[in-house]
Design a protein around this ligand. Structure first.
Ligand SMILES: CC(C)(COP(=O)(O)OP(=O)(O)OC[C@H]1O[C@@H](n2cnc3c(N)ncnc32)[C@H](O)[C@@H]1OP(=O)(O)O)[C@@H](O)C(=O)NCCC(=O)NCCS
Length: 193
């Protein structure tokens, strides 16, 4: 098994795994083209996109940032043309989604704490510990370059397996908050120590 930084040629398989594993998520509803542009933004710093391979096959990925400070603007700048094209498609097919994207980005920019962030992690179903290996590699990569804690958010309701996964990996609850349309979420934190 190997974890490495993703390349542009990995984006299609990253998005295929995202579509398989995040079926009810908002970002998924924005479609394959949007997701390719979204993850492409993570290929440049302050974005981070790691993939895990088993037998030379990509079986999962982790996307995040070195700092939440203005990150969504930086993500946009990292792939301005791609996001512009994706934005036009979303505006024509699902205009209300643009309001939600704006609301989420606005909330993210109002966080009171600076942290590195795990924004998306996903593996193919396995009994080999892909998720834990990938998350550890993500932490090692982030902590080798930054002193900030790592944060992540996850659903509060009907999400015991993922919550247990993060707790087992050493994350503690920092707060519970309401996201878009009162969706209750945890924010977890892990310090660099
Ligand atoms: C959350 C997620 C990333 C966790 O990754 P994962 O690969 O499932 O997690 P693990 O590293 O614990 O490994 C998976 C299994 O391998 C098992 N395992 C770990 N090490 C092992 C080993 N050495 N030998 C055999 N089995 C092992 C684990 O016990 C676990 O089994 P379980 O699923 O029955 O509990 C993954 O489930 C996922 O992609 N979920 C969908 C997307 C999602 O919700 N992401 C999080 C959003 S906040």
């Amino acid at each position: 098994m190997k974890v490495r930084l993703a390349k542009e040629s990995d984006l299609k398989v990253v998005v295929d795994i995202h579509l398989k594993r995040f079926n009810d998520f908002f970002l998924t509803s924005l479609g394959k083209f949007f997701l390719i542009q979204f993850y492409k933004g993570f290929l440049k710093e302050p974005g981070i996109l790691l993939i895990i391979e088993d037998n030379f096959k990509v079986v999962g990925f982790a996307a995040g940032s070195f700092s939440n400070n203005g990150f969504f603007k930086k993500l946009l700048v990292n792939n301005l043309i791609g996001f512009a094209k994706a934005g036009i498609i979303v505006a024509l097919s699902n205009p209300s989604a643009l309001i939600r994207i704006g609301s989420n980005a606005n909330k993210a920019s109002r966080e009171d704490l600076e942290f590195s962030e795990l924004l998306s992690i996903c593996t193919l179903p396995n009994k080999k510990g892909y998720g834990k290996i990938l998350l550890k590699a993500f932490e090692n990569y982030v902590f080798s370059k930054s002193k900030l804690p790592i944060s992540l958010t996850t659903d509060f309701c009907n999400n015991e397996k993922t919550v247990t996964f993060y707790k087992d990996c050493g994350y503690s609850i920092y707060k519970v908050f309401d996201s878009y349309k009162d969706r209750k979420m945890y924010r977890f934190l892990k310090n660099n120590d």
